[in-house]
Ligand binder design. Structure first.
Ligand code: FES
Length: 99
């Protein structure tokens, strides 16, 4: 199953505002998760930062903790953000909050 584009965009926007869990996603957005299959898809997406390079949130957090304190440095270390660049907001939020 693939998430509807509207939901996908809501999740990505919420991630760039700091949402890392289902609870945080629901508190930031008005998203409605229809069923368990959709919940699984949402959880998977919440663990991902960069779709182009398939880089997880935890990989970015690790890179930031190891000193990658700019979008460019994160890109050099992980490859994240070096494709379409649409994940820049999420990466910037991770750098800012270190989570
Ligand atoms: S989603 Fe990260 S570069 Fe495209």
């Amino acid at each position: 199953m693939v998430l509807e584009m509207e939901k996908y965009l809501k999740i990505r926007k919420a991630q760039s505002e700091g949402a890392r869990t289902i609870e945080e996603l629901k508190s930031i957005s008005d998203i409605v998760i229809e069923n368990d299959t959709e919940l699984e898809e949402v959880e998977k997406l919440l663990q991902n930062t960069c779709k182009c390079k398939n880089v997880s949130i935890s990989t970015i957090v690790e890179a930031v903790k190891n000193g990658a304190d700019t979008f460019e440095k994160v890109g050099e270390v992980t490859g994240a953000g070096t494709g379409c660049g649409r994940c820049k907001g999420i990466i910037s939020n991770i750098i800012e909050n270190k989570r």
